[in-house]
Design a protein around this ligand. Structure first.
Ligand code: MG
Length: 159
């Protein structure tokens, strides 16, 4: 078994859609970044790459590469899944937490789990997504940005 950890942060700005876990959520601000800045999918991608010792998302999708400008992070995650499989692993499970002060993510959690599972070819039961505020503390609490944490467990193909 191999465990991986991923962490990501994006700034909240006006004039961008708020897309988290592949779900676009109505809000007056969105996450800023080179791609669609989907903080949850980026953390999950980094956990998968980390577990397989394949580097990180910045190595695979450089933000200097125009191909990934405003990219749909579902596509990035799908490619990461393919590279992890090509390295001889399959996903046992993923667990993730999104830290966002506002809006409340609970109504969107099931949709996010379904997106992650579908993108990686997993069952919904292999994917957990949770959400928390930070009690108004720090950059999340002040609504300057969002953070996401993810862990995953990989199994070798033959197991
Ligand atoms: Mg990111």
């Amino acid at each position: 078994m191999r465990v991986g950890i991923g962490y990501d942060v994006h700034r909240l700005v006006e004039g961008r859609p708020l897309t988290i876990g592949g779900v676009t959520i109505p809000h007056e601000k969105g996450l800023d970044g080179h791609s669609d800045a989907d903080v949850l999918l980026h953390a999950i991608a980094d956990a998968l790459l980390g577990a397989a010792a394949l580097g990180d998302i910045g190595l695979h999708f450089p933000d200097t590469d125009a191909a990934w400008k405003d990219a749909d992070s579902k596509r990035l995650l799908q490619i990461v899944g393919e590279r992890v499989r090509a390295a001889g692993y399959r996903v046992s499970n993923i667990d993730a937490t999104v830290a966002l002060q506002r809006p409340r993510l609970r109504p969107h959690i099931e949709a996010m789990r379904a997106v992650v599972a579908r993108t990686l070819g997993l069952e919904a039961g292999q994917v957990s997504v949770k959400a928390t505020t930070t009690e108004r503390l720090g950059f999340v609490g002040s609504e300057a940005g969002a953070a996401a944490y993810a862990v995953c467990l990989l199994l070798p193909d033959e197991a």
